[in-house]
Design a protein around this ligand. Structure first.
Ligand SMILES: Cc1cc2nc3c(=O)[nH]c(=O)nc-3n(C[C@H](O)[C@H](O)[C@H](O)COP(=O)(O)O)c2cc1C
Length: 194
């Protein structure tokens, strides 16, 4: 099958986000003029090492974007399978001003380098300072880029000096309503590496 997006796909559901998958989920926390906020974004990734940078994209202007436009900071919380259900619940369209941490009994901790909440029990959390907000094609779509200014890694995920993703079960998003748990990890050397 082939389709041009401008002509429509003719399928019951848009296949686009099933094609670019699995995707990591950035569980984005912010503290804006309307209070604390937490919501998942799977148009999310790490994009540079030095200095470390991440990006996520909002499809339409949402509370997270409004908050970080006001404050210039956000935090990315990494999601494990055990938090999948509550992570999904934070995507509900709560009225602006609803604190998803309180609403859904998610334990909150304070970030160290920015004035922002984070998910206390996340396997890892990245404190970020906004460096760019780029408008994307389409109504209210934006790309948000941040420099990581603080990195939290949960103690039980640290093994022999490595952040060990096998100590928890990473959760990723597939297309439609599907998610995947990472259950098999293997190593591959780069060409020329011993
Ligand atoms: C797993 C998952 C991934 C999501 N990814 C995105 C995304 O990348 N971009 C987006 O705009 N919305 C995404 N959403 C929807 C938002 O989480 C949802 O619109 C939420 O209400 C936004 O919250 P906010 O208005 O508090 O920022 C996702 C939802 C789920 C469950």
């Amino acid at each position: 099958m082939f389709y041009r997006p401008e002509d429509g796909h003719g399928l019951p559901h848009n296949p686009f986000n099933a094609i670019v998958s699995p995707r990591p989920i950035g569980w984005i926390s912010t503290r804006g003029p309307d209070g604390d906020n937490l919501a998942p974004y799977s148009f999310f990734n790490a994009i540079a090492y030095v200095p470390p940078q991440v990006m996520f994209a909002t499809t339409g202007e949402k509370d997270s974007a409004a908050a970080l436009r006001a404050t210039g900071v956000f935090c990315v919380n990494i999601v494990e399978a055990a938090s999948g259900k509550v992570m999904n619940e934070t995507s509900a369209a709560f009225p602006r001003g609803t604190d998803e941490f309180t609403q859904l009994a998610i334990e909150k901790a304070e970030c160290d380098t920015i004035d922002c909440p984070r998910v206390a029990n996340a396997p890892a959390a990245l404190e970020c300072r906004v460096t760019q907000i780029a408008p994307l094609l389409g109504d209210g779509n934006s790309l948000i880029i941040g420099e990581v200014t603080g990195v939290h890694m949960r103690d039980d995920c640290m093994v022999d000096g490595r952040f060990d993703v096998t100590r928890f079960t990473p959760l990723s998003r597939l297309g439609y309503r599907d998610f995947a748990e990472i259950s098999a990890v293997f190593e591959m050397n780069r060409p020329g590496e011993q």
